[in-house]
Design a binder for this molecule. Sequence first.
Ligand SMILES: [Zn+2]
Ligand SMILES: [Zn+2]
Length: 333
Amino acid sequence: MNRSICPRCGQPAEQGLCQQCALDLAVLFRLPDLVEVTLCSVCGSRQIKGKWQLPDDRSLEELASQAAVDAIWLHEEFSEPKIEIDLRQIGATRYLAKADIKGAFRGRRVEEHCEIPVRIKLVACDRCSRMAGKYFQSTVQVRGNRARGLTQHEIEQCKSIARSMADAGYRNGDQLSFIQEMREVKGGLDIVLGSTQLGRHMARAIHERFGGRLLESCKLVGKKDGRDVYRSTLLVRLPRLKRGDIVSFRGSFFEVVGFDGKMASITSLREGRRSSLSEEVAQAVEILGNRADAKKAIVILADDDAMEILDPETFKTTLASNPRGLSVRPGVG
Ligand SMILES: [Zn+2]
Ligand SMILES: [Zn+2]
């Protein structure tokens, strides 16, 4: 028999420490001296493992308690661990988390109490400090053309596209997805943005919505950490035609329903026939009005093809052709 004795208690042991002493000496958990919770004082974002995360509806106390729990290291054989935290505020930005740790280790019940100081560190996150520092990487310029400027409706639509895209980018974790400024300038709108990637996406979305031309240019503005820093400008020049415009083309009336690059997609009012206009033709067609400016008119007589309406401005009767998809009855506006 090869028996030895435990160097700690002197009892017989297989080798090294006896079972009891091995249990007594095992390190079951470890704690840091201090736990820090880093928050942005401007937007409430929280920094976790070096990455900024969106604020949620957890309170400061909940965040401090969670940080204390996360900071406790447990032995891998510590089973069914249960940690309860009793948090006390001990200063403006300081808490003391009293932790009650319960569980089992190699079949033996374990219960421990410990205290973990938690400090709340308030800083400005990357995004907020860049916004405060007037940082920007790109500008989307939306402009009209020789024939017309931007309508107020188009400006509002561009602003709402910009807001929702910047917001979506931020929610997807892009810290630079923010609008530094939106300003109405002579001839259009400037949207100043935190990132070039956002600028490109936004310019493309505006171009898809309104048609026209898209032009990107960039400029070297300096160096940062040994790397060249560029700023980009994305110019979207809107075409003469807008969605909803009613145009006269080859003897029929058409409505502009969308854009495909430089081409305008149109639908004939009478048969719903789809067609498209090249940029050149679109420059020349006669614009009769826009659906958004349409007025209600009283229909006096109607048959399958045509109707007699009372002009809402002159109060004279006028003949009009029946638009497709609209059934009209006399007396109804
Ligand atoms: Zn022993
Ligand atoms: Zn922030």
